[in-house]
Design a protein around this ligand. Structure first.
Ligand code: GAR
Length: 199
């Protein structure tokens, strides 16, 4: 008997260029991830992720403290997510801390990708290019990517995947960020696909 595989409902959170978001979208379109993106949440109305969602008819919601009072943000976020039966929240370059209330509601079902080998180069203040600048400054020989489940603190949740790459002698923070980002694009869809099978 043929059983039809469940399509998972995912929400993606992104703040910047959105290359991971677009890459996940492409992996869904070509059947690599058995899911649909029900909602994109961003704090940044001018980011490329929002522009892409708009063009590709993906639902999106901009949630930031220009549009909402600080004490409303949790409920606005939970309200937006509750319109869909979200199985998994995927953070893809989302630069805001997720509130305790949202983490508790989606306990164990929020993934984040971090462009370094946690626990090194993680925590408050370590995001985006700052991470690669610190890796170069510390003369690290290897760096890489980490995917972890999100918990109450910055970058401390359970690590489910890591992959290393060498830091080249010729690397600058910029060239390193590019190579790490390419690695993210190769591995994040696979990690998401495998994780979905466990929930
Ligand atoms: C990615 O390198 C991601 O790992 C990093 O921001 C970049 C976003 O790129 N995330 C963090 O630093 C979170 N702490 P993108 O917008 O092109 O996907």
């Amino acid at each position: 008997m043929n059983t039809i595989a469940k399509k998972y409902n995912i929400a993606i959170f992104a703040s910047g260029t959105g290359s991971n978001f677009i890459n996940i979208y492409n992996n869904i379109c070509n059947g690599n991830i058995n899911a649909q993106i029900k909602l994109l949440i961003s704090n940044n109305p001018n980011c490329r992720a929002i522009e892409f969602a708009d063009k590709n008819k993906i639902n999106y919601k901009i949630i930031n403290n220009f549009r909402f009072k600080d004490n409303q943000i949790d409920n606005v976020m939970l309200g937006a997510l509750s319109n869909y039966e979200i199985d998994l929240i995927v953070l893809a370059g989302y630069m805001k801390k997720i509130s305790k209330k949202v983490i508790e509601f989606y306990n164990g079902k929020i993934l984040n990708i971090h462009p370094a080998l946690l626990p090194k180069f993680g925590g408050k203040g370590f995001y985006g290019m700052k991470i690669h600048e610190s890796v170069i400054k510390s003369k690290e020989k290897i760096t890489g990517v980490t995917v972890h489940v999100v918990d109450h603190d910055y970058d401390t949740g359970n690590i489910i995947y890591q992959k290393e790459i060498s830091v080249l002698k010729s690397d600058t923070a910029s060239s390193l960020s590019q190579r790490v980002l390419e690695l993210e694009h190769r591995v994040y869809p696979e990690v998401i696909r495998n994780f979905l099978e466990t929930i």
